[in-house]
Write a protein that binds this ligand. Structure first.
Ligand SMILES: Cc1cc2nc3c(=O)[nH]c(=O)nc-3n(C[C@H](O)[C@H](O)[C@H](O)COP(=O)(O)O)c2cc1C
Length: 196
């Protein structure tokens, strides 16, 4: 498994004690079309399966491309995402079921839970040497139609690309300029302890 070297994590300094799996996970656009072994793929979705969810409802669904459907999945992305995602090993869509299994009532936490599943999948992918890249830039109407999903029962949250990191030279100049791990807002902006 080859990884392109020279990733600059210098703007990802974190407090001591934080596991590097969090700061070293990032979302490159340059990926390799190299097929991912089935066992590795299964491990990613198995990791997602063990995520927590409201009422243990497990409302996440991950639809993924195969060799024969890759181009169809690619065409469901917006034009900008297609320019780089065409080199991914696999494309997918994250979907949440909007009603609880046990009583059929609306599950307002379904997307939150699907996000937890996505993060588990992503960290497992990183552990195995792969990268994921979420994509809100998809043609949602076309995805609902292609996957045969009714909007009353399912929400298409976003698409994603998965693969080994590829050569940044495959990207446009604009994409190359952004092909580096991003920083974050300060901790005190997201962790609020003051009384309000
Ligand atoms: C729900 C979601 C939607 C995103 N949509 C896109 C997208 O359409 N195109 C894209 O190039 N990146 C997209 N991204 C990638 C984010 O820009 C990226 O995760 C963010 O800048 C943080 O960078 P990092 O993942 O490398 O840490 C998306 C990420 C998420 C989680």
């Amino acid at each position: 498994m080859t990884e392109i070297a020279n990733v600059d994590f210098s703007n990802r300094q974190s407090l001591p004690g934080v596991d590097p799996q969090f700061t070293h996970r990032w979302s490159p656009r340059a990926m390799q079309r190299t097929a991912i072994p089935q066992d590795d793929l299964a491990a990613l979705f198995e990791a997602a399966r063990w995520s927590p969810s409201c009422f243990n409802d497990q409302p996440w669904r991950f639809y993924t491309s195969t060799d024969s459907t890759f181009d169809t999945y690619l065409n469901l992305l917006n034009a900008s995402n297609q320019t780089w995602a065409k080199n991914a090993a696999l494309l997918g869509f994250i979907v949440s079921r909007q009603h609880f299994r046990h009583n059929g009532k609306p599950n307002v936490h379904a997307d939150f839970d699907a996000g937890a599943g996505w993060m588990a999948l992503t960290l497992q992918a990183h552990r195995l040497g792969y990268h994921t890249h979420g994509m809100a830039g998809v043609n949602y109407d076309a995805v609902y139609e292609y996957l045969g999903l009714e909007r009353e029962n399912f929400r298409v949250i976003c698409g994603f690309a998965l693969g080994l990191r590829g050569d940044p030279a495959t990207l446009t100049q604009e994409q190359q300029a952004k092909e580096t791990p991003s920083g974050r807002v300060p901790l005190n902006e997201i962790w609020i302890t003051a009384d309000r």
